[in-house]
Write a protein that binds this ligand. Structure first.
Ligand code: NAD
Ligand code: DAU
Length: 349
């Protein structure tokens, strides 16, 4: 029997990880710790909230005393750490918030784990990280686990820093740690500030789709449930101190991706083909915009046997259907504070 702390479980990826662990491992006790920022939403976990092996705790990983008490109370066997500020654009306007949660918050969790875990072998600290720590690629090549860190945005700099702290706790204190660096996720419960859900929301509401620069930047997209499966496999099987890259081998320029999305939306909304694409609007580029990410996940595939399950078109269509069927979720997350953010970000363009 394991007691696992999952942080950030009310967010996009975290909610899929919590759901997977609660359903697949009835013998595990899963504690979901989340501050419920604008990005955290308990509605993401409605289907499992009453399960006997699931507990939700509201709290802030930046609060060291609170984290220390939480560890003393729960005696966790392991941590899967996803809580973070995750949006690059927000990191450009408010870097300090990213340092607080992503760096200080991670070190607080490491310290609490170190204080409580005297017998290292059965206590694992898993940090869920991003491919953005590797910086940007030119037209060729892929990120491997040995690519040097070269972050450019305040977001990726904060994630790189937290990765370094996690490794330092392994090298210095012998803590059992693993890290995975994943490419761009898409799927259900994705907050509509990120490219795919924002575009679905805007197309649905006949608003313009903002494409930064010329839309030539490339991202490598992975279905979120495939990421959650990879986390499960790595958590249970990785050797201590190791890193795995996770990615879908699925590169798209932003403009090609949005054209495909527009086609799917036209079909699903019974619009004439070409109608949604008229909403595409090229806007000022993101500062320091990384040109291209591409993940080489050979190590994960060869050593642990994980492979992505979905073709992109199928996953994207599934995702569009989910958003169209979950209008109440979309209306809820886009009301309140989000409205202000949305207006500042998009309507002035
Ligand atoms: P998200 O923004 O959807 O969710 C983050 C969650 O963390 C939210 O529920 C939020 O309430 C919680 N949180 C934020 N600050 C907190 C704090 N101080 N204390 C406690 N909880 C706090 O993010 P996501 O897209 O699900 O990303 C999850 C993790 O995966 C992050 O660490 C991110 O860096 C990493 N990641 C994301 C992607 C992606 O494509 N979204 C890809 C690779 C890695
Ligand atoms: O690569 C993994 C990372 O992917 C994660 O670590 C981050 O948490 C996650 O947010 C994501 O970062 P990106 O910056 O790549 O995702 P985003 O959806 O914000 O942007 C995807 C691409 O689309 C990027 O090139 C910027 C562009 N874009 C984005 C938005 C929001 C636009 O052209 N217009 C937009 O309105």
């Amino acid at each position: 029997m394991k007691k696992i702390l999952i942080t950030g479980g009310a967010g996009f990826i975290g909610s899929h990880v919590v759901r997977l662990f609660v359903n697949k491992y009835p013998d595990y006790q899963v504690v979901n710790l989340d501050k419920l920022t604008y990005a955290g939403n308990l509605a993401n976990l409605k289907d499992i909230e009453n399960k006997s092996n699931y507990t939700f705790v509201k709290g802030d990983i930046v609060d060291a005393a609170f984290i220390s008490d939480l560890f003393a109370t729960h005696k966790f066997d392991a941590v899967i750490h996803l809580a973070a500020e995750s949006h690059v654009d927000r990191s450009i306007s408010n870097p300090l918030e990213f340092v607080m949660t992503n760096v200080i918050g991670t070190v607080n969790l490491l310290n609490a784990a170190k204080a409580n875990w005297t017998a290292a072998p059965n206590n694992r600290f898993y940090h869920v990280s991003t491919d953005e720590v590797y910086g940007t690629l030119g037209e060729t090549g892929m990120f491997t686990e040995t690519t040097a860190y070269d972050p450019h945005s305040p977001y990726s700099a904060s994630k790189a820093s937290s990765d370094h702290f996690v490794r330092a706790y392994h090298d210095t204190y012998g803590m059992d740690v693993v890290i995975s660096n994943c490419s761009n996720n898409y799927g259900s419960y994705h907050f509509p500030e990120k490219l795919i859900p924002l575009s679905i929301y805007n197309i649905k509401n006949n608003k313009s789709i903002p494409i930064y620069g010329k839309g030539e930047n490339v991202r490598d997209w992975l279905f979120v449930e495939d990421h959650a499966r990879a986390i499960d496999v790595i958590f249970h099987n990785a050797k201590t101190g190791t890193t795995y890259n996770i990615g879908g081998h699925n590169e798209w320029t932003n403009i090609d991706l949005i054209r495909l999305l527009c086609k799917i939306m036209d079909k699903k909304l019974n619009r004439a083909q070409g109608e949604s694409a008229k909403l595409i609007t090229f806007v000022k580029d993101r500062a320091g915009h990384d040109l291209r990410y591409a993940i080489d996940s050979t190590k994960l595939q060869k050593e642990l046997g994980w492979t992505p399950s979905l073709q992109f078109e199928e996953g994207l269509e599934k995702t569009v259907e989910w958003y169209l069927q979950n209008e109440e979720w979309l209306n809820n997350v886009t009301s309140g504070d989000y409205k202000k953010y949305y207006e500042q970000q998009y309507t002035k363009r």
